[in-house]
Design a protein around this ligand. Sequence first.
Ligand code: NAD
Length: 465
Amino acid sequence: MHKSISEIFQLQKIHSLNLRTTDAAVRKDKLRKLKSIIQSNENLIFEALQKDLRKSEFEAALAEVYFIYAQIDFTISNLSSWMKPRRARATFSSILSRNRIYYEPKGVALVMAPWNYPVQLILSPLVSAIAAGNCVMLKPSEVSASSSALITKIINDHFDEKEVACFEGDVTVSEELLELPFDHIFFTGSTEVGRIVMKAAARHLSTVTLELGGKSPVILAGDADLTKAAEKIAWGKFMNAGQTCIAPDYILVKAEQEEAFVSLICKQIDKLYQSGTRIDKNSYGKIINPRHYQRLTALRDQAISEGAILAKGGEDDEQDLTIAPSVLKGVPKTASIMEKEIFGPLLPVISYTSLDEAINFINQKPKPLALYVFSRSDSTVQEIIKRTSAGGTCINDVVLHISNPHLPFGGVGSSGIGSSHGIFGFKAFSHERGVMFQSGLDFTKLAYPPYGAKGRLLKWLKKII
Ligand code: NAD
């Protein structure tokens, strides 16, 4: 690509007017093309994910590549119906009019992605943006260097830059992109950078979807099936070495059940990630880079110095950036590990005495991206749902809600704005345009001036409104 970022933006701006009129068939063809390009590069994608994150082929397939195939297939099956103008009712003032909501493409969109699921998180918004009829500029994360280089090559080799273009680079490239008057910015990443993106968007009044992070809690109610909870949490927390936005960040467990739960989850970790006396590195990922390795080991050391007990973990390998799954029990609520999103394989377990205490603890923190509840009682579950706020929630499981495209996926408050997946992703890249078709027979004239002789009409209106 030899043109500058702003030259390509200008090309896209012009081309976006052509895309406005594309029908579902044209957009579906583009999605089929995207799928076939990914399919023919599958092995290279697996290799890149192995290099960046030591992602096993199985995890890479399920959580990145097949996830996108499923999203493309779902979008293709539903796009015609999503694109259809929705009926809206008329009201008294336009009683005989026909009213519709049209889904028009926003225009030119920017998609920025993080490094932890570097394939899924750049391609998933792309699928929605194409479905909604937009031109797209993509910015993958420089931190997952191999995956981002590959995605950039794949996209730029197969798409016309006036429609979809991908830009590799560090923060200076992001900053250059953020100078432009995009019609929509879809950002996935940290809350801190989310604020920078929203500030940049405000200059042009670009709309934003912010898919951010946060500390996602798990509440183990007193009646929870602890064995099942330990099984599920050991999987959801330590996949991708804990570098998952919706990974359980910490556990709230009843004080009298803390020991039992810790013992169950430690056993489960062995079952999933241990091979003999060593970590099974075919199934367990690495930390993305030395900076995050240092951050995480320091965070764990500090938690221990603040009174937490290391119930599992410590067999790390700095050479290959492996931090063994670590469980910390007896963690003081004020420990520094409880301040920010952990985003790594450290699991603090905190005890509570009453459900009120657990709920208040969560409510004192910024709203999380996910909140998980394990309980056998529907009334407990409903009480927790009503008294807390979170981007999404999964009951008696973790992480899985992300896989259902019928559910909106997104944060709330500091964990994000807007949502993605399925029709929610399509809507993120569309403007809902209200259109009224006035009929030949209308009573609007009654409201026109002069108003001198309209006293009786006003009295009558007062009565009926
Ligand atoms: P990040 O915010 O550091 O980076 C995300 C993107 O922003 C990258 O493309 C990066 O190049 C760019 N960027 C970084 N600094 C910038 C700056 N100063 N100005 C402009 N652009 C900048 O996030 P990360 O470390 O890559 O990812 C981890 C975070 O992402 C975690 O908080 C995690 O919870 C969150 N996340 C959220 C979701 C979700 O769906 N809600 C998914 C994955 C990750």
